[in-house]
Ligand binder design. Structure first.
Ligand code: NAD
Ligand code: IPM
Ligand code: MN
Length: 353
């Protein structure tokens, strides 16, 4: 097994360093894999002028899995779009065909007080957001900014083929089958034709899963319901853009965006694993970032790409343990807790592993 490790920008190197320590423990205990570092995002722009250089393309194509920190930062915001760090991330997803993005939002009981919502609203929360990742307005054309009739217009295209919708729907139904047999599909079919097709194709696909109860919700209502009563949801399936927004929203139900891992999978469960958050330039290089989302992403890697369920649970249990020992980074902290930095949180995880 070969794991490409792309630390990225901002807090990326800090959180990846802690995740790599976890992998090194598993290696010591017998799991066989090699770690190969590579450049993606702003650090790749600095080194090569491109956010997703050819060497990285080769590295991730040959690897069995990719571990990513985060990319981007204000330093790169003035670059032309094709050279932006985020373009590197979008290209890697597209190149590897990573259409299925799984974003679990789980509230660890110890963090019920860290959420900005009332503990009774969030306690026991366990949602899986299935976000389509290689289509939608993110990749649709035509797109651009142009002069028309003496002024600039900006435009993008929201587009999904039925094949793209059907394959992500299958992933979501199969996940729902392993959970509570409930699936909620989120769209905006009252306004957008593209998402009318989404609803139609998800409904057609549901005929193959008579044991799963399918419901539909408009995205504006879904955003509200996630805050009002998040536990009504189990598995949510939605498009690329709505999934991006709803998963950041859902992360706050768990206490912090620093707690949410993700898996981005192709048809064969080759995957890229990364926290859902960004490069957090406001706290970079301050030993403040919460590394748990990245460490939990390693657990997802072991589960989905390497079929090492025991090792995945070992990591997840170590996260539960350190939380029960009251270790907290500042994003999930409160008075009376054992406040630590990124590295010290990594130390606690290693001790509990
Ligand atoms: P962000 O997720 O980086 O940060 C939002 C807020 O959450 C900030 O206050 C940040 O300090 C906090 N935060 C994020 N991760 C944290 C962690 N692990 N521990 C503690 N606090 C954490 O979003 P943003 O500020 O909108 O974006 C910053 C940059 O990251 C932009 O360039 C954006 O494009 C990029 N980005 C990259 C990815 C990715 O690589 N997957 C994802 C989102 C944003
Ligand atoms: C995410 C990020 C990315 C996205 C950006 C950085 C391209 O926000 O992974 O959630 O929008 O998909
Ligand atoms: Mn996002």
């Amino acid at each position: 097994m070969k794991i490409a490790v792309l630390a990225g920008d901002g807090i990326g190197p800090e959180i990846i360093a802690q995740a790599v320590r976890v992998l090194t423990v598993l290696q010591r205990d017998g799991l066989k894999f090699e770690l190969e570092p590579g450049l993606l995002g702003g650090c790749a722009v600095d080194a090569t002028g491109e956010p997703f250089p050819e060497v990285t393309r080769k590295l991730v194509t040959e690897a069995d899995a990719v571990l990513l920190g985060a990319v981007g930062g204000p330093r790169y915001d003035m670059l032309p779009r094709q050279q932006r760090p985020e373009q590197g991330l979008l290209s890697i997803r597209k190149t590897l065909g990573l259409f299925a993005n799984l974003r679990p939002a789980i509230l660890y009981p110890e963090l019920a007080g860290a959420s900005t919502l009332k503990p009774e609203v969030v306690s026991g929360l366990d949602i899986m957001i299935v976000r389509e990742l290689t289509g939608d307005i993110y990749f649709g054309g035509p797109r651009g900014i142009e002069q028309r009739d003496g002024q600039r217009v900006g435009f993008n295209t929201m587009i999904y083929s039925e094949a793209e919708i059907r394959r992500i729907a299958h992933v979501a139904f199969q996940i729902a089958r392993k959970r509570s047999h409930k699936l909620c599909s989120v769209d905006k079919m009252n306004v957008l034709e593209c998402t009318q097709l989404w609803r139609d194709v998800v409904t057609e696909t549901s005929k193959e899963y008579p044991d799963v109860i399918l419901s539909h919700m408009l995205v504006d209502n879904a955003a509200m319901q996630l805050i009002r009563d998040p536990k009504q949801f189990d598995v949510i399936v939605t498009g690329n853009m709505f999934g991006d927004i709803l998963s950041d929203e859902a992360s706050m139900l768990t206490g912090s965006i620093g707690m949410l891992p993700s898996a981005s999978l192709d048809e064969n469960n080759k995957g890229l694993y990364e926290p859902i958050h960004g490069s957090a330039p406001d706290i970079a290089d301050k030993n403040m970032a919460n590394p748990l989302a990245t460490i939990l992403s390693v657990a997802m890697m072991l589960r989905y790409t390497f079929n090492q369920e025991d090792s995945a649970q070992r990591i997840e249990n170590s996260v539960k343990k350190v939380l029960s020992q009251n270790y907290r980074t500042s994003d999930i902290g409160s008075s009376g807790m054992n406040m630590v930095g990124t590295v010290e949180m990594g130390d606690a995880i290693l001790a509990s592993l």
